[in-house]
Design a protein around this ligand. Structure first.
Ligand SMILES: O=C1C[C@@H](O)[C@H](O)[C@@H](O)C1=O
Ligand SMILES: [Co+2]
Length: 298
């Protein structure tokens, strides 16, 4: 059994308004988004592009609905830019998240990333880091992780389609070359599945490194089309590759069993970016909430 008091359920605003394509769901307001999250039964979320920048305003709106901030995406450029540049931006994000009471930050290495490039296929144009770039990335993550830990945060690295850390092998290289006390994983079920990998493998190999969980399901028929058609990441999202847990082919029964087995504590955060005009975000949030209740009785 999961320790119910050690698990928090959240949902990402990306189902309402997309961070990589802000026009997708551009009509949905911040208030609608967080109200529907709360109404669907979630108590936390990440930060989206429609959220107020003023932390007082943001916190008041969240408090009103019994919601809190779980974590936030952070784009690092450790492999290609001077470390100090990334650190400066990172500290600003920690300051922001600290005020909001969060203790996780999702770091994604964006050097040469094609995830936001409409014209490039995530299959043909994905970057492969050189040994030197890998060293810079891992050293930089250790430094950011140490800095974050001193302030009570966990750096949770987000593997991602179209980046230099996409596959199981790349995630293993990152985990094996970073400090287990300072660098954790933002484990995303959808990205490993999209990459053609078994998401269970990483859970079983690095249970103690799982710092944050993104629950994302994948529609098998769309995945096949995306892979065969060598789509860009943005097209893949628009066409509906991702969906909420329970609506696709990811084996969540085994994933939850594994998380439960090693005593995962922290956020389980539904993250299902898709076109809100085709998949009503409130309806899909409720579907996800019901599915989680059925699966783990939380
Ligand atoms: O955690 C995430 C944040 C998004 O902005 C990203 O593109 C998405 O795929 C994801 O997993
Ligand atoms: Co994610």
């Amino acid at each position: 059994m999961f320790h119910k008091d050690k698990i928090k359920l959240g949902i990402a605003p990306i189902g309402w308004t997309n961070d990589d394509m802000p026009a997708l769901g551009g009509e949905n307001t911040f208030e609608q988004c967080i109200s529907e999250m709360a109404l669907a039964g979630f108590t936390g979320c990440e930060v989206g592009n429609k959220y107020p920048k003023d932390t007082k305003v943001l916190k008041a709106a969240l408090d009103l609905r019994g919601m809190s901030i779980a974590s936030k995406w952070f784009s690092s450029f450790l492999a290609t830019k001077p470390y100090e540049e990334t650190e400066k931006e990172f500290i600003k994000e920690l300051d922001y998240l600290e005020v909001l009471g969060a203790n996780r930050i999702n770091v994604s290495e964006q050097s040469y990333s094609v995830q936001g490039n409409e014209a490039l296929s995530i299959f043909d144009n994905k970057v492969y880091f050189t040994d030197e770039e890998w060293n810079k990335l891992c050293d930089g993550l250790n430094k950011l992780g140490k800095l974050a830990a001193a302030r009570g945060f966990k750096v949770c690295f987000h593997h991602h389609m179209g980046t230099g850390v996409q596959t199981i092998a790349e995630t293993e290289r990152l985990m094996d070359n970073t400090d287990k006390d300072y660098v954790f994983l933002c484990y995303d079920t959808g990205h490993f599945t999209f990459s053609g990998e078994d998401p269970l493998y990483i859970l079983r190999k690095y249970p103690e490194r799982i710092g944050h969980v993104h629950l994302k399901d994948v529609r098998e028929d769309v995945l096949k089309k995306a892979t065969e058609g060598k789509w860009s990441f943005l097209k893949s999202v628009r066409e509906g590759t991702f969906t909420v847990p329970g609506d696709g082919c990811v084996d969540f029964k085994s994933i939850f069993a594994e998380l439960e087995k090693f005593g995962y504590e922290g956020w389980l955060l539904v993250e299902a970016e898709q076109d809100p005009a085709k998949a009503n975000p409130f309806q899909y949030a409720k579907m996800a909430r019901n599915y989680i209740r059925q699966m783990i009785n939380i």
